[in-house]
Design a protein around this ligand. Structure first.
Ligand code: PAF
Length: 283
């Protein structure tokens, strides 16, 4: 596996290929990332991963400085998974000057849920993803990029960006990988204390319970069910931002009276101690 830091080195390594398969990450890789590499690799003629902790998607009070940086271990895992090129730009490689051109997702998608609680987050994500796509795919007839369903809204934001900018990139959605107790794998799980780690699976349990209740309910019952789910978590010491049932198609509130007749997703974000966890479940 080649490890490259600059855009020029990356393009040189990809110059003989026509359809890269790409997994962008911020590193501290877990089995979910590795599964994305394994799923994407057969769909391209060269496998590329990137590791870049993107300052643009962190608010000043968030964990940019403490985000775990584990390049050597990540590189080993990627190589073992069959990755051919690891693009690990330094900040000066990707942002040699302040990135004043940015991509703003439409507010119906980018300013709700995660976007409401992390203003500017999806602008930071979209901007870096478009830039990484330009580094990897410029001049290529086509490509494939893989994103995990764990970050459900991010996946939708990227999908819509690719569609609206007519980028010749197929987006592959990887299923969420979970620990045995149901906790969704995430790089931020590393922040949890042993006691918090035991408690952390309660978020996925709460989403499951909310999903089961919603399936048997009407749209008018939803606010009360969502409130009850948030109160249950709060009673265990969590600080929930939202637990909500949305349409899978656009993350809007369900429209059908009978909830069971519409493809839905239950999404949640809650803070446990100092760690903010997100998860979701398609129902
Ligand atoms: O999901 C992530 O790790 C990041 O948001 C991404 C897509 C690599 C952009 O920085």
């Amino acid at each position: 596996m080649h490890i490259v830091h600059t855009i020029a080195e990356l393009r040189e390594k990809l110059s003989d290929f026509r359809r890269p398969a790409f997994v962008p990450t911020m590193g501290n890789l877990h089995d979910g990332h590795i599964a994305l590499v394994q799923q994407a690799k057969p769909l391209g003629d060269v496998m590329v991963a990137s590791i870049f902790v993107n300052r643009l998607q962190f608010a000043p009070h968030e964990d940019f400085d403490s985000y775990p940086r584990t390049l050597a271990a990540d590189a080993q895992r990627l190589e073992a998974a069959g990755c051919n090129v690891l693009f690990a730009p330094r900040e000066k490689d990707l942002y040699p000057e302040p990135q004043t051109y940015t991509v703003h997702p439409p507010s119906d998608l980018g300013d709700v849920l995660e976007g409401q609680f992390r203003p500017g987050f999806f602008t930071g994500v979209s901007t870096v993803v478009l830039k990484l796509f330009s580094c990897v795919f410029a001049g290529m007839p086509s490509g494939v990029a893989a994103f995990g369903k764990k970050d459900y809204q991010q996946l939708m934001v990227v999908r819509r960006m690719v569609q609206q900018f007519a980028l010749p990139i197929d987006i592959l959605a990887g299923e969420t990988r979970r620990a045995e107790d149901g906790l969704a794998l995430s790089s931020r799980n590393a922040y949890l204390s042993p006691a918090e780690r035991l408690e952390a699976a309660e978020l996925s349990k709460a989403l499951k319970a909310l999903g089961a209740a919603a399936k048997a309910a009407n749209t008018a019952d939803l606010p009360a069910l969502e409130l009850q789910a948030m109160q249950t978590l709060a009673g265990r010491g969590w600080k929930p931002d939202y637990l909500t049932v949305r349409r899978r198609a656009d993350l809007m509130l369900p429209q059908q009276v009978q909830l069971a007749s519409e493809p839905l997703v239950v999404l949640g974000a809650a803070r446990l101690g100092n760690t903010r966890l997100i998860d979701n479940l398609e129902i």
